[in-house]
Design a binder for this molecule. Structure first.
Ligand code: ZN
Length: 112
């Protein structure tokens, strides 16, 4: 892969990582606010509150997973073996990588 692409992808991944950090922070802050509210509203909304908490947890987990995938991708990017399919070794379409930098397989291997 050309250097220009590496630089572009590195910037993209870093930007995505910091956006993830921001959203993680804001989710954590919002859930604190929700907890305070729930104490005031009382029992009736406890079920909702539990559901909200589960959703928040799932949201946080999903973002943390995405974050570690991106960090992994960044590491691979630096090792220059980035952008090649782990199954067939073909170069992965740059358009696919732009959509998801954590992608590890080419289009045809993904279909298998
Ligand atoms: Zn492949």
């Amino acid at each position: 892969m050309e250097n220009r692409k590496y630089i572009e992808l590195e910037e993209m991944i870093l930007k995505e990582l910091s956006a993830l950090e921001d959203s993680l922070d804001s989710i954590k802050n919002t859930s604190k606010v929700v907890e305070l509210d729930q104490q005031l509203i009382g029992r009736l909304s406890r079920m909702d509150s539990i559901q909200d908490k589960e959703m928040t947890k799932a949201n946080i987990v999903r973002r943390i997973q995405k974050k570690s995938q991106l960090i992994e991708a960044l590491k691979r990017l630096k090792e220059k073996d980035f952008g090649f399919c782990i199954d067939c070794g073909e170069e992965i379409d740059i358009r696919r990588i732009r959509i998801n930098p954590a992608v590890r397989k080419c289009f045809s291997c993904m279909q298998k």
